[in-house]
Write a protein that binds this ligand. Structure first.
Ligand SMILES: Cc1ncc(COP(=O)(O)O)c(C=O)c1O
Length: 398
């Protein structure tokens, strides 16, 4: 069966992903069932999209019930399910308004439009520049590639949109130097994901907020990976005692169902008017029912507290490993968004973990990335540590 999937997949799908030779038939909690009938412990939860684990009953029920009622209706009509999710997000965050779309890149693309339109309305056309950070990842559309640091991703796709600048992450002097009268917004992940699980410094964010307030520059926080309970707070900005003007969400917002969202504060609430922005599927009843069920559960259960507690435990165990092997530099990240930084490339370790039925990921070449479901138990962490330890013993470092 797996052989056929790979053969036909190679024949019929575009070759955009480097895929491991495994496919799954079902999932439950922290486990996925492989076509080989083996159970795989998922320590990456669909790249941080399944914070409630696989096919959580609350999400399944919401999707099944909503699908039986109606799946889609145009945004030309009021959609109660969309209103309910918007209200839940607004009541539990800094924001006053929400807009829904279908993915993270689309949310960031919309956030760029919202920021530019705010600036255009108030200051005119030339104040349109957006500052982003080194090692940032914001998506794969043309505009979001312009604010994504790794230029391999945009190679051959030019000409790229203009009006973007990059400064060194966590370097307030570089940020201050880069700001001009053309700057309209700053975008960053409060805790970088793909770039290496690096949290922004508290002082960096605080000073950035002060400068932004002084100059009426908008702060956009991309919480697509670090939001939704993952880092020990419902939203990562809460670690910093500041609020962004705009926040983008996607990934875990609907328990694995595709969705994206732009949340914005009161200052931006009258920027978009009918026709200024839109999407066919964004905020449709099915996605929003899944989103409401997911967010309601996370909020009621205060799952970010579990992420904090389990994250501490996991990190301490990884720290123990890093003391044991000289080629491990240490841990990074917050809550259950954890990196283990190595002196060597991590790809081989990911492969060996897969051979032992554990799904992990490697980012920035040398950082093992763990984004398990927030419902993870200590036994899952202990199993992962045991397997990693056995793999590390076999690794031959020159
Ligand atoms: C921080 C961040 N922003 C944006 C994106 C893009 O999201 P999507 O893949 O849903 O377009 C990702 C995806 O990994 C991400 O981690």
């Amino acid at each position: 069966m797996l052989k056929d999937i790979i053969t036909e997949g190679t024949k019929y799908t575009m070759n955009t992903y480097k895929r491991w030779d495994i496919a799954f038939t079902s999932g439950s909690g922290c486990y996925l069932k492989g076509v080989d009938e083996k159970d795989y412990l998922d320590m990456i939860s669909g790249l941080g999209a399944c914070n409630l684990g696989h096919s959580h009953p609350v999400v399944v029920k919401a999707i099944q019930e909503q699908a039986a009622k109606y799946i889609h209706v145009s945004n030309g009509y009021w959609i109660k399910e969309q209103v309910d999710l918007a209200k839940l997000l607004v009541e539990n965050s800094f924001a006053d308004k929400a807009f829904f779309c279908n993915s993270g890149a689309e949310a960031n693309e919309g956030a760029i439009k919202l920021a530019r339109r705010y600036s255009y309305n108030k200051y005119g056309e030339s104040r349109n520049e957006i500052i982003s950070m080194t090692s940032a990842f914001h998506g794969r559309t043309l505009a979001t590639l312009s604010i994504t640091y790794n230029k391999n991703y945009s190679k051959g796709y030019g000409p790229m949109p203009e009006g973007f600048k990059t400064v060194e992450f966590n370097n307030i002097h570089a940020l201050k130097d880069a700001i001009t009268e053309k700057t309209c917004a700053i975008i960053l992940e409060p805790i970088q994901g793909e770039g290496g699980l690096t949290p922004a410094d508290k002082s960096f964010i605080k000073e950035m907020r002060e400068i932004a307030d002084e100059k009426d520059i908008l702060l956009i926080f991309d919480e697509i990976q670090c939001g939704i309970g993952r880092t020990g707070k419902l939203f990562a900005y809460e670690h910093y005692d500041v609020e962004p003007d705009i926040m983008t969400l996607a990934k875990a917002l609907a328990g694995g169902f595709p969705i994206g969202a732009i949340l914005a504060n009161e200052k931006l609430s009258s920027v978009f008017n009918p026709g200024d922005h839109g999407t066919t599927f964004g905020g449709n009843p099915l996605a929003c029912s899944a989103g409401f069920a997911t967010m309601n559960y996370i909020i009621n259960e205060k799952l970010w507290e579990k992420a904090e507690e389990k994250g501490k435990y996991f990190k301490s165990k990884l720290e123990d490993l890093s003391k044991k092997y000289s080629w491990i530099k240490g841990t990074k990240g917050k809550g259950l968004m954890i990196g283990l930084e190595l002196d060597i490339k991590g790809g081989e370790i990911v492969e060996k973990a897969l051979e032992q039925n554990i799904l992990i990921n490697c980012t920035a070449d040398k950082i093992l990335r763990f984004l398990p479901a927030l419902i993870i138990e200590k036994t899952h962490i202990d199993k992962t540590i045991e397997v990693l330890d056995s793999i590390f013993q076999e690794i031959n470092v020159e």
